[in-house]
Design a protein around this ligand. Sequence first.
Ligand code: NI
Ligand code: MN
Length: 225
Amino acid sequence: MVKLAYHGHSCVEIESGGHRIIIDPFINGNTHAKVKPSDIRVEAVLVTHGHGDHVGDAAEIAAANDCAVVCNFEISNWLGAKGVKTHPMHIGGSHGFDWGRVKLTPALHGSSLPDGSYGGNPAGFLVFMGGKCVYHAGDTGITSDMQLYGRLNPIDIALLPIGDNFTMDLNDAVEAAVLLGAKQAMPIHFDTFPIIAANPQEFIRKVEARGIRGRICMPGETLEV
Ligand code: NI
Ligand code: MN
């Protein structure tokens, strides 16, 4: 079993067996977040890509917790130059940590860092903790490759962007959940800014019509998988 805590946008904590990690810790500037970066207690910070709404408070949280930021090689270099502890990885690679295992998937998006530095290719994460597989898509459009990620790594819950404009919209996210063969799906990356307004209930209705359990987690809430 794993417990997910959602802080709005793409920021999710995953907890199992006393281990906890955070993905895309955009908290300062995220009006939906009900926590402060200093509230976060984790063993690792995972960052999908270089955009400011994903790197967010990664450096501060990693320093406060004396833990590494797990990210692609280019973001690792950028953070490392600022004195941040990192664990560089890249797409297709996986690694086992004390808290669990993570594998990087491709994402169809950009990844420049907040100061314009090159941020490598954007990624998604397959996180294996507590006997479950959680897929965090990062920012991405739909791709038929998703079928392969799910076939090779059976997915218990897929966290999918639905906000449109910068990523998939909710209709594509429903198709993505089907391609992934996910048992459950949860919408992320919506309503944080007016341009990514979306209706999570519509996503849930449509995904359930395709035989996948829809899960909504409001910012500040947790759910068990
Ligand atoms: Ni982005
Ligand atoms: Mn984004």
